[in-house]
Design a protein around this ligand. Structure first.
Ligand SMILES: NC(=O)c1ccc[n+]([C@@H]2O[C@H](COP(=O)([O-])OP(=O)(O)OC[C@H]3O[C@@H](n4cnc5c(N)ncnc54)[C@H](O)[C@@H]3O)[C@@H](O)[C@H]2O)c1
Length: 332
């Protein structure tokens, strides 16, 4: 059985990836410290995997990661474990640096001890910063991150590239737009769609930071998992955008969700947050040519299925991350 390792596999995107990998017949080891992830996200993986699945509660910065990779010899390491909260990265850039960059170095070490696993890395549109003049953003655009989070993801790609040239380790860095879907924690800074959906469904007002005209490119989690799996065998040595190319303003996103959830509540407006970017949409032409990927879920259909999921899983409302407040920032 071909084995793979997923860091951050108890998180939102990681757990969907794990379910899909198990369905395809891979043996899967998940490494996660459960700082923002949850074991309940892995309920399906744990119940239906017949010994193909193992969970390791471990910090990705631990040297034990390399020992695990040496024992399990994965052919691919999906590296998703990260601090992905932009506002928090502004408050505590040091923690962001050690998890996001230090963790990536540990993953590189693990790939070496495994005998040369390919690394599929979760990067972010935050690496491009505010490049309003060039929408949709192509991979050749200048990398001008406006947050420590974006800077840490950019630096991680530089390290992946150094190890490719100096140690012969293969990688593909997927640059995700704003990902949404079931299991995203609405209380996180990242999940503006989940936050609006939860609040509309429970009759509580949402807050929009900034004037609401800022745009984002929202891509559905199943489409992102498809790109991750295609990158196992394709896109070596490349940075590849994974987005829809469609810009949606946060104000119109709110209207769409309110309609789908049957809410007439108006949002509150509040001052923009430092580090937030004004416009974002990713050109995914390279993903089409290199991975054979394209997004297949449009925003209306994705929001509608998310509303259905919340209605079927009301226990998911307002699942909080420790110490965070449940307000909506448009940033990932
Ligand atoms: N959600 C998005 O819109 C989006 C957009 C761009 C990029 N990304 C990237 O995709 C990846 C997954 O994001 P997500 O939205 O699923 O977030 P998430 O917070 O749900 O998942 C991250 C996972 O990593 C784990 N983790 C964090 N620090 C760790 C550590 N030190 N050791 C081990 N595990 C640790 C968390 O417990 C969590 O399970 C991240 O790298 C993120 O930066 C996400």
């Amino acid at each position: 059985m071909d084995r793979v390792l997923v860091t951050g596999g108890a998180g939102f995107i990681g757990s969907h990836l794990v379910d899909q990998l198990l369905g395809l017949g891979y043996g899967v080891d998940v490494v996660d410290d459960l700082s923002t992830g949850r074991l309940s996200n892995l309920a399906q993986a744990r119940s239906g995997s017949h010994g193909q699945f193992s969970f390791h509660q471990m910090d990705v910065r631990s040297p034990a990661l390399a020992e695990l990779a040496k024992r399990r010899r994965p052919s691919v390491i999906f590296h998703l474990a990260a601090r992905s909260d932009v506002a928090r990265s502004m408050e505590d850039p040091f923690e962001d640096l050690t998890v996001n960059l230090g963790g990536t170095l540990r993953v590189l070490e693990a790939a070496l001890t495994s005998g040369g696993a390919k690394i599929v890395f979760a990067a972010s549109a935050a690496i491009y910063g505010d490049v309003a003049a060039e929408i949709p953003i192509q991979e050749a655009s200048p990398l001008v991150p406006s947050s420590p989070y974006g800077a840490s993801k950019r630096a991680a790609i530089d390290y992946l590239d150094v190890y490719r040239r100096s140690r012969d380790l293969e990688y593909t860095a997927l640059v995700f737009a704003n990902v949404y879907g079931p299991r995203q924690r609405g209380a996180a800074e990242s999940g503006v769609i989940s936050i609006f959906t939860e609040r509309c469904l429970t009759g509580r007002p949402s807050t929009i930071f900034g004037d609401g005209k800022q745009t984002r490119d929202f891509v559905y989690v199943a489409d992102v998992v498809d790109a991750l799996i295609r990158a196992m065998d394709n896109g070596g040595g490349l940075v590849v955008n994974v987005g829809t190319g469609r810009e949606t303003t946060v104000a119109s996103l709110y209207e769409l969700i309110a309609r789908a959830a049957g809410s007439t509540l108006r949002p509150r407006m509040a001052a923009a947050r430092p580090g937030d970017i004004v416009r974002s949409a990713l050109d995914a032409s390279r993903a089409a040519t290199q991975l054979g990927w394209r997004p297949f879920t449009d925003l209306e259909a994705g929001v509608s299925s998310l509303v259905d999921w919340y209605r079927a899983n009301p226990e998911e409302y307002f699942v909080r991350r420790p110490g965070r407040q449940a307000e909506a920032s448009p940033e990932e």
